[in-house]
Design a protein around this ligand. Structure first.
Ligand SMILES: NC(=O)c1ccc[n+]([C@@H]2O[C@H](COP(=O)([O-])OP(=O)(O)OC[C@H]3O[C@@H](n4cnc5c(N)ncnc54)[C@H](O)[C@@H]3O)[C@@H](O)[C@H]2O)c1
Length: 252
């Protein structure tokens, strides 16, 4: 039976790169996203490269949609990997954040991750791998995205709890903490920050890039490589960890 890897938020950015990489690693990839247009492009791209892909449209802020996506993936083959990648950020000063913004960020970045793990762990019959996308924002404070930082810190905690809960079932659970990745999310962040600082988005991004010890922006493929490793046989003895994949920006 084919080994299925579910990747949420697979229509663009980091999720798209993870889907492509896990397909090359031999997994049949179940691509989950709210955006069907680009999702179908990713499916075609993977099939053209000789992989197997299933496109599942879902609004992952809805519990029913999470459950349906996981169950359909588990019926398609043997559910082996879940990558909780879908996420969103909102840049807003601490004092201006509304209840609605708090709930929206917490829901997709944390509540969704919890329930996706719960639904997937019930369907992983013979062990499995779960990888959650946290962030370096989960490692230290962020005054213009405190809700996002709290959610991403929560993902690290959830990873540890799930690792303990499912260790005896042969399921490892780890998180990765990317830095500044060249994706639509990062472009959007620097459009907002640039307005506040009265500079161009390119200047805002360049200032951030100058703080990266390895001297370049992160590529989505850098994150995909780390996720691939955590899903490989070489990572069988690693669980409950949060791996910074950030060019040296955070060292704890
Ligand atoms: N870009 C970065 O620099 C960076 C850094 C650290 C962590 N991360 C994390 O990595 C992950 C991916 O980031 P990215 O930069 O590729 O983001 P992105 O915005 O480029 O892509 C996110 C994907 O998630 C999907 N999505 C959003 N809301 C959804 C919903 N309700 N239901 C289903 N799908 C939904 C979007 O359609 C999109 O395809 C996120 O969890 C993000 O927080 C990103």
């Amino acid at each position: 039976m084919k080994k299925v890897a579910v990747i949420t938020g697979a229509a663009q950015g980091i999720g798209r790169a993870i889907a492509s990489r896990l397909s090359k690693d031999g997994f049949a990839v179940a691509l989950v996203d709210i955006n069907t247009t680009t999702l179908n492009e990713v499916k075609k791209e993977i099939e053209t490269q000789g992989g197997q892909a299933l496109a599942l449209q879902a609004d992952l802020t809805k519990l029913d949609d999470i459950q349906t996506a996981i169950n359909r993936s588990a019926e398609w083959g043997s559910l082996s990997v879940l990558v909780n990648n879908a996420g969103r950020v909102l840049i807003n000063p601490f004092l201006d954040i509304t209840e609605q913004e708090w709930d929206a960020i917490m829901t997709l970045n944390l509540k969704t991750v919890f329930f996706a793990i719960q639904f997937a762990a019930k369907r992983m019959q013979s062990g499995g791998r779960i990888v959650n996308l946290s962030s370096i924002s989960g490692r230290s404070g962020r005054p213009d995205q405190p809700h996002y930082a709290a959610a991403k810190c929560g993902v690290i905690s959830l990873t540890q709890s799930a690792a303990l809960a499912f260790a005896s079932h042969g399921i490892t659970v780890n998180s990765v903490c990317p830095g500044v990745v060249d994706t639509p999310m990062t472009t959007a962040i620097h459009e907002v920050r640039a307005k506040t600082l009265g500079i161009t988005p390119e200047e805002s991004l360049a200032r951030m890039a100058a703080k990266i010890p390895l001297g370049r922006l992160e590529k989505a493929e850098d994150v995909a490589g780390a996720v691939s490793f955590l899903c490989s046989p070489d990572a069988a003895y690693i669980t409950g960890q949060a791996l910074n994949v950030d060019g040296g920006m955070e060292m704890n």
